[in-house]
Design a protein around this ligand. Structure first.
Ligand code: ACM
Length: 688
């Protein structure tokens, strides 16, 4: 939480706040996602020991548990230890916070999540149609907490809020790297904090089948390396999510991405062979045999068993990236296609999907599949999950448009692939409803929302949080807030605060960086390496782990690249500073700040000299390049001139730094080049 953060007006905000009330925005710098309507008062509700919340007194209920967590978190945040540590009975005459709702919400699509929050200087009232709406409002209330030198308080305010999209998801792939329960639980806490409401659990893939099966036990016995969830654990996660108003959507990816299934039951594969759990990353050939009745017998039993664990009305069958190579190679499958006049592997997969849809219909479940399942023969109850785009050689958003034009509901994940390590804006500015489409209002309503995808080829429990957060909070704002909320400056400023809130919820994105760096230095002294990590980012767009074979699913990921994140903080700050410097070259303060950065970086290489082990020695060339450039540039900025020999050295090191080392790129090079270009141009102007 930070005071005095100035947030420029968002357009939705203007409606509510008149000019001259800017100063009150400092009270809103932790808010994310941005609410629908805010009317500020001009007073404060002080948080005192006597703070009490009234709610139904049934400790089994979602509302009671959520309120208890709220009281605890508010107390932690403020250091005010309340006299009442638990909610008091609804009949209490005058609680500080009264919670009023009409009914318990159901965890299903389109459930009412709206809420109204009224804070005056004596009392807070939170009302909603459902208890789930109350949960959303409690998160907002926590984000409103602020302080002065004497007290913690909540500004007086009225907020009315509801989500723009009903489906706001985070997918976590637990197949490539297994993620234990504590990882999932802390991520569910963080999801709830930013009002996400669907946890999509990618449970199976080539690299693992992660649920115990009683009907086909070899699935987990042979297909998981012993890394799977028991039924009790699945139920525990589903309950944990439910307590936070989050649905759990299981995914069993078939017919492709099925090496782990085939390792256990090769008899339903399309090739007469044995299989082994895949250790590398990529797209692989093993695929289920859609012409074999045993395939359907098994999927029918396994799905029936799994449906007992996952109460959600939807069930994700994957369906992506099945290239059908083993289908083409198999005489029996080729003959089947000929006999049944099936012209393509897509048609064959559609037959398979139709069978699965029938199985799921019987189990009272609706099917979801990645966009490859799209075919007019699939019943319209299915949801098509759009994920491909320009990276796959297709126009971004096209499959989403195709799906709604065919009459299907759809979800967007293209644009929200956070494992690609793009900066937060690249995701934040992707709207689930494509801006340039000619969709009708009715068709737009078929777009239910989106899902962030955390594919886990390159993450472990140690690093997964730093890949998901804080960027996912900004994407959550895209899914919840009005479409006009697109001020990236405001988003970035708020995200800094939200990042700290997430840490308080147990997210390890900040602290684990230090731990990885300590493993590299083998000492407690990580200052220099930490500075370096603030200007380095892991390679983007899957250029790390080229070919999918450099690292395996059991590789630990404790390298310098794993301590680095997208949006390297000093590089971002420096980039802003450079823009200001170019616009105001005579501003001494800006020039001095620029030089402080350059001087700091010029010393980095020397500060790493004392460390000597194989891991750190691989990193030193990055620091060396940075220090050389920063040293020369610092003189250049100070003196406005550079000798030809120094210029040559500078250029040499700039070129050297463009070549990634140990899976990271130095992301201040662009800024350096802008400074140099500016100094050169200035000189040309002076010389004229
Ligand atoms: C996917 O990324 N293969 C859905």
């Amino acid at each position: 939480m930070r005071k005095n953060l100035f947030i420029p007006l968002l357009s939705v905000f203007v409606i509510q706040l008149s000019f001259g009330q800017y100063e009150k925005e400092e009270n809103l710098s932790n808010l994310m996602p941005w609410p629908k309507a805010i009317t500020m008062g001009n007073s404060k509700f002080l948080i005192q020991k006597s703070f009490e919340v009234s709610v139904e007194n049934d400790s089994n209920k979602r509302i009671y548990k959520a309120t208890t967590r709220f009281i605890q978190r508010l107390s932690e945040e403020t250091g005010v230890f309340f006299e009442a540590g638990f909610p008091i009975k609804t009949s209490s005459a005058n609680p500080s916070l009264s919670i009023i709702y009409d009914r318990e919400g159901e965890l299903k699509l389109n459930e009412d999540e709206s809420y109204t929050l009224k804070v005056n200087n004596k009392k807070i009232e939170l009302s909603a149609v459902t208890d789930i709406g109350i949960l959303r409002g409690l998160e907002t209330l926590l984000q409103l907490v602020n302080y002065s030198s004497e007290t913690f308080y909540i500004p007086t305010v009225t907020i009315t809020d509801s989500p723009r999209f009903p489906w706001r998801g985070l997918m976590i792939d637990v197949a490539r790297h297994f993620q234990p329960l504590d990882v999932l639980k802390r991520n569910l806490d963080a999801m709830a904090a930013v009002k996400l409401n669907v946890f999509h659990w990618h449970l199976t893939d080539d690299q693992g089948f992660r649920v115990a099966s009683k009907t086909y036990p070899k699935l987990h016995e042979l297909g998981s390396d012993g890394l799977y969830y028991t039924h009790e654990q699945i139920k525990e996660v589903v309950q944990y999510a439910s307590d936070r108003g989050i649905r759990v959507l299981p995914e069993f990816d078939v017919p492709g991405h099925a090496t782990a299934i085939l390792t256990a039951y090769p008899e339903i594969g399309s090739k007469d062979t044995t299989y082994q759990i895949e250790r590398n990353a990529g797209i692989f050939d093993p695929t289920l045999d859609p012409t074999n009745e045993k395939t359907y017998a098994m999927l029918s039993s396994v799905f029936e068993e799994m449906v007992g664990l996952f109460p959600d009305e939807y069930f994700h069958i994957g369906g992506d990236e099945n290239e059908g190579k083993h289908w083409d190679e198999n005489v029996k499958i080729r003959n089947f296609k000929k006999k049944n006049d099936i012209k393509s592997n897509h048609e064959l997969q559609t037959l398979f999907n139709i069978r699965l849809q029938k199985i799921l219909n019987k189990l009272d479940k609706k099917m979801i599949g990645w966009e490859e399942i799209m075919s007019p023969e699939i019943e319209k109850t299915a949801i098509l999950h759009s994920w491909r785009g320009e990276n796959e050689g297709l126009p971004d958003g096209q499959s989403l448009i195709n799906a709604v034009q065919l009459g299907y509901h759809t979800l967007l994940s293209n644009g929200y692939y956070i494992d690609r390590m793009h900066p937060v804006e690249a995701h934040y500015l992707v709207d689930p409803i494509p801006g340039n489409s000619k969709l009708t209002q009715e068709q737009k309503k078929m777009i239910l929302g989106g899902e962030v995808t955390m594919w886990s080829e390159l993450v472990t429990p140690l690093t997964i949080d730093s890949r998901i957060w804080p960027r996912t909070a900004a994407i959550a704002e895209r899914f919840w807030s009005q479409k006009e909320v697109v001020d990236t400056g405001s988003m970035r400023r708020r995200l800094k605060n939200v990042s700290l809130q997430l840490e308080k919820l147990g997210i390890t994105h900040i602290r684990n960086r230090d731990m990885i760096l300590r493993n590299i230095t083998k000492t407690n002294d990580i200052v220099a390496l930490l500075e370096l990590s603030k200007v380095c980012e892991p390679l983007k767009k899957y250029t790390r782990n080229k070919g999918g074979t450099e690292y395996q699913t059991y590789s630990p990921f404790t390298l310098f690249a794993d301590a680095c994140t997208s949006d390297a903080e000093d590089a971002k700050e420096f980039s802003k500073l450079v823009s200001t410097f170019i616009n105001q070259p005579n501003n001494k303060k800006v020039k001095s700040k620029l030089n402080q950065y350059l001087q700091k970086w010029s010393l980095l290489s020397g500060n790493l000299d004392d460390f000597d082990n194989p891991i750190i020695n691989e990193i030193k060339p990055i620091a060396n390049n940075l220090s050389k450039i920063a040293g020369i540039l610092s003189h250049y900025v100070k003196n406005n001139k550079i000798s030809p020999s120094q210029e040559e050295i500078l250029n040499t090191y700039l070129e050297k730094s463009k070549i990634p080392i140990v899976d990271v790129e130095l992301v201040v090079i662009d800024s350096f080049e802008k400074v140099i270009e500016h100094l050169k141009t200035k000189k040309r102007v002076i010389n004229k």
